[in-house]
Design a protein around this ligand. Structure first.
Ligand code: PEP
Ligand code: MN
Length: 360
C-alpha cells in the first residue's frame, strides 16, 4: 500500500503514508502463538497488534478467551516487536486490567456497543484516558445507537477516539457474515469527518477469501484503516477460524491493495471528472422525472380503483413487475439486491399515492 490521504487527529502520530493497519489473531491462545504472530507482523505495514483476551461468544461452550494472563503475553509481544497492543474490553474490570498491562488501544466490541449501560461503565472507567479507544458498530444497523456510544465516550473526555465498521447482523443468510450496509459507515463519516474510521473486513465477510475485496472497497470509500484477523495456523484457530489469514497472506494483500487519494490537482483529471459528474447530474434529473411520471400514472390507477372500490395492493401484479425488472436489471448489470430495494421503495411510494387518492 502506498500514499494515503491526509491523516487526522491521533492518526497523525503514527506518521504513516498508508492507512493504519491493525492485525493479529481473533483470540490470544498461547504465549507462543501470540509471540510468533507478532514477530511475523513486525516490519510490515502493521502498526498495531490485536488479540482478544475476553471473547464474547454467541453461544456458551465456545472458547471464551484466556483471560488476564493473555495481557502478560501482549506486554511481552510489545517488548519484542515494538508494535502497539490492542484488545477488546467489555467492562470496567477489563479496562482496569488492560491499562495496568500497558495496552495501547482498547476496542469496544459489537455486542457491547448495543448496550448503553455497558458503554457508560467503560466510559467512566476510561475517563480522561490518553489511550486510543475504538468503538465498533453495534450488531444491529442503528446509526444513532452507534453515535450514542460515541457521545458517552466523548463526554468522558476521551480524546483519541475512532470507530470500527464490522458490519451488521441479519436474520437472512447473505454472502457476508455481517452485512456491510456501507451507507451507515458513510453516514458516520459524513457526521464526523475527522473521526478515524476503520474497516474490519474479517468480521464483515467471515471468509478469508473475501477479505481482500472488502478491504479494497473500504479503501475506495476513504476509510482510514483496516483491522484484519491474522493467525499463524488459521484453520486451527480457537475462534473465527474461517476468516483468519496468515501473516504472509496479509502482506501479499497489502501489495495489491490500492489506496485512493481524496483528490488530485491535475487539470485533465479535474476536467474529466467535471464532465462525468455533469452526465451523472443529467441522469439524476431524468431518474426523478421518470419516477414522477410513473407516480402520476399510479395516481390514475388509484382513481380507477376507487371508482370500483378495488383494493390498492395487488400482490400478483407486484410480483410480476418485480420478476420482470430483476431480469431487465440483470441485462444492465444491476444486482437483484439493488432492484429489490429500488422497487420496494417505488412500490411503497405508489401505494402512498394511491392511498391518498382512495381516502380523499
Ligand atoms: C473481534 O474483533 O474478535 C470481535 C469479537 O469482533 P465483533 O465485536 O466485531 O464481533
Ligand atoms: Mn473474531
Amino acid at each position: 500500500m502506498e500514499n494515503k490521504k491526509e491523516m487526522r487527529t491521533w492518526l497523525d502520530d503514527f506518521k504513516l503514508d498508508h492507512p493504519l493497519v491493525i492485525a493479529g489473531p481473533c483470540s490470544a491462545e498461547t504465549e507462543e502463538q501470540v509471540l510468533q504472530i507478532a514477530n511475523e507482523l513486525k516490519n510490515s505495514d502493521v502498526s498495531v497488534f490485536r488479540a482478544g483476551i475476553w471473547k464474547p461468544r454467541t453461544r456458551p461452550g465456545g472458547f471464551e478467551g484466556v483471560g488476564a494472563i493473555g495481557l502478560k503475553w501482549l506486554q511481552k509481544a510489545k517488548a519484542e516487536t515494538g508494535l502497539l497492543m490492542a484488545t477488546e474490553v467489555a467492562n470496567a474490570n477489563h479496562v482496569q486490567l488492560a491499562i495496568e498491562h500497558d495496552i495501547d488501544v482498547l476496542w469496544i466490541g459489537a455486542r457491547t456497543a448495543v448496550n448503553p449501560f455497558a458503554i457508560q461503565e467503560i466510559a467512566d472507567a476510561l475517563e480522561g484516558t490518553d489511550k486510543i479507544v475504538l468503538l465498533k458498530n453495534p450488531v444491529n444497523p442503528d446509526l444513532s445507537l452507534w453515535i450514542g456510544g460515541l457521545e458517552r465516550l466523548c463526554n468522558a473526555n476521551i480524546k483519541k477516539l475512532g470507530v470500527i465498521h464490522r458490519g451488521f447482523s441479519t436474520y437472512e443468510k447473505t454472502k457476508y457474515r455481517n452485512n456491510p450496509e456501507w451507507q451507515i459507515a458513510i453516514d458516520m463519516q459524513n457526521r464526523f469527518p475527522d473521526l478515524p474510521l476503520i474497516c474490519d473486513p474479517s468480521h464483515i465477510t467471515g471468509k478469508r477469501d473475501m477479505i481482500q475485496e472488502v478491504s479494497q472497497q473500504a479503501l475506495d470509500l476513504n476509510f482510514d484503516g483496516l483491522i484484519i484477523e491474522t493467525h499463524n495456523d488459521p484453520d486451527n484457530a480457537w475462534s473465527d477460524a474461517a476468516q483468519q489469514v496468515t501473516p504472509d497472506t496479509l502482506k501479499r494483500m497489502f501489495v495489491d491493495l490500492r489506496v485512493r487519494k481524496e483528490t488530485d490537482e491535475e487539470t485533465e483529471y479535474n476536467n474529466k471528472l467535471l464532465q462525468l459528474r455533469a452526465q451523472i447530474d443529467t441522469y439524476d434529473d431524468k431518474i426523478i422525472e421518470v419516477i414522477g411520471n410513473r407516480m402520476r400514472i399510479a395516481d390514475e390507477i388509484g382513481q380507477l380503483k376507487k371508482s370500483k372500490n378495488v383494493a390498492i395492493l395487488q400482490n400478483k401484479r407486484w410480483n410480476e413487475i418485480l420478476g420482470k425488472m430483476i431480469l431487465t436489471g440483470e441485462e444492465k448489470g444491476l444486482s437483484e439486491e439493488f432492484i429489490l430495494k429500488l422497487y420496494k421503495a417505488i412500490h411503497q411510494e405508489s401505494i402512498n399515492h394511491q392511498e391518498r387518492i382512495v381516502n380523499k
